[in-house]
Unconditional design. Sequence first.
Length: 327
Amino acid sequence: MPSGCGSPGLASSVGERRSGHTRKNAVSIDNGSAQAGPEFVSIIIPVYNGLPDLDEQLAGLAEQDYQGSYEVIVSDNGSKDGLREHISNHPLTSRLGLRYVDSSAKRGAPFARNNAAKVAKGEFLAFVDQDDRVYPGWLSALVRTAADYDAVSGALEVTSLNTPEVALSRPLPAPEDGFPTHWLPYANGNNTSYWRSAFEKIGGYDEELIIAGDDVDISWRLQLAGLRFGHASDALVAYRLRHDWDAAWQQSVNYGYGAVQVYVKHRANGCPRLPWQATLQSLLMTVRHNPYIPLTRNRIPHGLWVLHAGVFVGRIRASLRYRTYYG
């Protein structure tokens, strides 16, 4: 997806994780009766200048152990790298039921996802990103868990596609814990799935949230609508992080900015501000561990500082823009 869209892997983009809060495999807000598995699955990938990483994701999708029928839709959000021609001659076209959709009419991953969903053939929609790689059992795990839920999130790991230094920049919850925030849990945009009926009921992704937070927003709207939200810890995706610190900084700022946008949208629904302790912690980490201050002690990995400082700066910028205090 375009850089900065969504907030994958960052629970702190909307709030600090609540201490002691865990979600075991396939635990949801509201359990219900099981339903039959889907006859057909549509896997949707929003793409913007995604080559060559996209090919690694497609290779992972071709290795799925899922025994049912599925298609893969590449939703092109205005790429300039020859994506259309690349997909039209792709060697995995037959294996994946690969389809190309022109989604350049409006900027942003939310539009690209929604536009592809409109033409998708499946009654079950799974979403991944262009630069990650799914594990072989990923789709089977999502579909299996979805028998009991309206939407299912999957887990992420950061060791496979990143250097050790870069991996340290993004601490993640344990796979079985899901992605909690200071309010409601959410599913990362690069590993999430919905029954079409649920997706359409809540209106899909908010196409105005093009900076970040669209994945948090749709997850929250689903739960506020009374639908069942589950988590499959064995639906695993290898998450590729930004390897350039300037790009990582901009992404982190976007996370913080998007967090405030989502708060502004949902405060009437009961979304609280961040606890003041979390704000103080962010400020102290930004100052005390600043690698650009020579006298700073207790250094943390540079990428981790970039993450926390960037999110903090993004929250400040958006708070000023929207004239609100989020934390």
